[in-house]
Design a protein around this ligand. Structure first.
Ligand code: FAD
Length: 370
């Protein structure tokens, strides 16, 4: 049996690793696994040992039962990759470099019958006895592993949900230029009933950081980013406790509100907060100011107006409902979908690559010669 895999990313490499048929990978990038090199800040967070109902936009339990993080670790171990798990359950190569992941894959595929054609696939035609790729190459089965790109889906008349950026920094109506580059640790970010704990990084006119990325993933599931986002800057204190702490500070007889705020947050955050509260830095500290401060420290609000460009993944793609349990398209026999082109996206932490591994393995194994 001759199998074409379109795309040379994570899911394609996994699929080819498990497929014992005659495999040809069509990749429009010179080197296989180029995007893997970018993952996890160049370290490749390849999976996560924790998982819950919120980890993905859709339920993929039945697929993970066939190949989950434990199977992923066994597989990588088998092909020569040593890994470690950090305190958040994220798994990385011991080498702390994504090149190790691509290297072991390329070595492993070198031991198998896999041909690589470096070209952009423009057209796939369904024939009675298989598929014709780029009007030249004949295959019995085709696996689409093209990530969040729509051209081949349109070409094949495939039904799919519109792609929508996810795991992405959020743009705010508020100008945060003076805060740009500052980090807030151990904060709680809330929007539309979702809540994330962790770190926020300010940009010129927006917010970034893992916490914001995860919130963006949850908002992307509704295909609407317009919302009010609030940050609890000091979640370890209740409103009452914070009011008590700040009221006690009044006794220190600070010269003005600027000195009153020193020692609480970074000086630019202090300035931003005072500005939002419409409190002049030169004012004498008083009870009324404390109430305004408590309100904004516990819920500093931003209007989300959109996203930055560099999203890590997309929500949208071919719905699992239109695929069989082996990820074959219900409308076209012999056509399979794996990885991000499916409407499966996860939070930060290794979940997206896990889906690439899981879906790649399921289809690779399905397309083995008996
Ligand atoms: C900066 C960044 C960091 C990330 N970090 C992590 C992380 O640490 N952990 C995690 O789990 N996930 C991470 N992700 C997400 C993860 O990289 C993706 O979920 C995963 O790579 C998807 O794999 P895939 O095989 O579906 O698609 P891709 O990796 O996108 O591969 C698709 C390939 O197909 C090629 N292609 C497309 N169309 C054609 C065509 N017509 N003909 C030929 N080739 C074609 C593309 O050029 C590409 O090479 C990150 C993403 C980014 C951008």
């Amino acid at each position: 049996m001759k199998v074409a895999i379109i795309g040379g990313g994570a899911s394609a490499l996994m699929c080819a690793s498990f497929c014992t048929s005659d495999v040809t990978i069509f990749s429009n990038e010179e080197k296989l696994g180029k995007k893997i090199l970018l993952t996890g800040n160049g370290r490749c967070n390849l999976t996560n040992v924790h998982y819950n109902n919120f980890s993905y936009n859709t339920n993929i339990d039945s697929y993970l039962q066939k190949f989950d993080h434990k199977n992923t670790l066994d597989f990588f171990n088998k092909i020569g990759l040593l890994t470690y798990v950090d305190e958040m359950g994220r798994v990385y190569p011991i080498s702390n470099t994504a090149t190790s992941v691509v290297d072991v894959f390329v070595n492993y595929l070198g031991t198998k019958k896999v041909e690589v054609i470096n070209t952009q696939v423009q057209k796939i035609e369904k024939l009675d006895d298989g598929f014709l790729v780029n009007e030249t190459y004949h295959f019995d089965k085709v696996v689409i592993a093209t990530g969040s790109t729509a051209n081949l889906l349109d070409n094949l008349n495939i039904k799919y949900n519109k792609f929508f950026p996810s795991l992405v920094a959020l743009k705010t109506k508020q100008n945060t230029k003076r805060l740009s580059g500052l980090r807030l640790s151990n904060v709680i970010v809330k929007s539309k009933g979702y809540s994330e704990y962790g770190e926020v990084l300010f940009k010129d006119s927006g917010l970034s950081g893992i916490c914001i990325f995860n919130l963006s993933s949850l908002l992307a599931r509704e295909h609407n980013y317009q919302s009010i986002l609030s940050i609890d800057l000091l979640p370890k204190y209740s409103k009452e406790e914070l009011e008590e702490i700040l009221t006690k500070r009044l006794k220190n007889n600070y010269k003005n509100m600027k000195t009153f705020m020193q020692g609480i947050f970074h000086r630019e955050i202090n300035k931003y907060l005072l500005n939002i509260c419409k409190i002049n830095e030169e004012e004498k500290p008083c009870k009324n100011n404390i109430q305004k401060l408590v309100k904004n420290i516990k819920s500093l609000e931003f209007d989300i107006v959109g996203t930055y460009d560099n999203n890590q993944v997309n929500n949208g793609g071919v719905s699992l409902q239109d695929l069989t349990s082996d990820l074959e398209y219900k409308g076209i026999k012999g056509l399979y979908f794996i990885g991000e082109v499916c409407d499966v996206d996860g939070l930060c932490g290794g979940y997206n690559l896990q889906w690439a591994w899981t879906s790649g393995k399921i289809v690779g194994e399905k397309l083995c010669l008996k």
